[in-house]
Design a binder for this molecule. Sequence first.
Ligand code: CP
Length: 307
Amino acid sequence: MTKLSTKHLLGIKELNADDINLILSTAESFKEVINRPIKKVPSLRDITIANLFFENSTRTKLSFELAEKRLSADVVNFSAAASSVKKGETLIDTVNNILAMKVDMVVMRHPNPGAAVFLSKHIDAKIVNAGDGAHEHPTQALLDAFSIKEKLGSIKGKKIAIIGDILHSRVALSNIFCLQKLGAQVMVCGPTTLMPKYIHSLGVKVEHDLRKALEWCDVANMLRIQLERQDIKYFPSLREYTMLFGLNKDLLDSLSKKIVVMHPGPINRGVEITSDVADSAQSIILDQVENGVAVRMAVLFLLAGRV
Ligand code: CP
């Protein structure tokens, strides 16, 4: 298989296992490319990509831009905070104006779930969802899967615990879809108040005791509490959350086996994870960031159809 079954990357839900494996194997080749002295290939020469960020980002925005430049695409960047969105311009008007400038692909982050799907129904350009509200963050799940495979050799049969604010997390949902399609067992762990009501319908194990989750898993993916998406109080205090769901070195070292620790970032050091765990030999957090560039190169290359 050399082509994706989809025109856009709107979410992992729309991909099949062959699509995901194709992206991961293509990313392996690009990882080799970006570790060469000359890191650039001409694969997307003459393709123009607009990065539209309606919500804050560090990793995803930089990673996409670097991926596009490594593929020799022409890149334009748009940040809502410094745009005519602030004067009341709608999403569709903003995008149509950008497309009138002959853009081939759009990478978009937006605070509203479904924004990428909405866009794909209104414009001809290929769309990559870089995170839509609490819905999906497909390239994060793909880079997480790549990083697990790189560290453990395979994903099938591995036990992955996703720990923290599941309710507000697009990373959790995309990871659940991706890991299950690749044959992993997935557990979610966190306070009852931070579990979506539909969680059991996703076929995951649900655990509220952090130690039990850590003893079960091969990989713990620690998530940030998304205070910016919380309009009510879901737990009494951050201090109490950390006591019950924070991963510290004593807890990590007390486990019966050495697990792999992941975090999509940004990290709230001292809340969901302590610095000595985030920076420990068991953490692959910076590998995730490095792999993000190769995985995004693979996604853009495959969507552009230049195979
Ligand atoms: N992991 C992630 O999406 O980080 P940013 O919000 O910084 O892009």
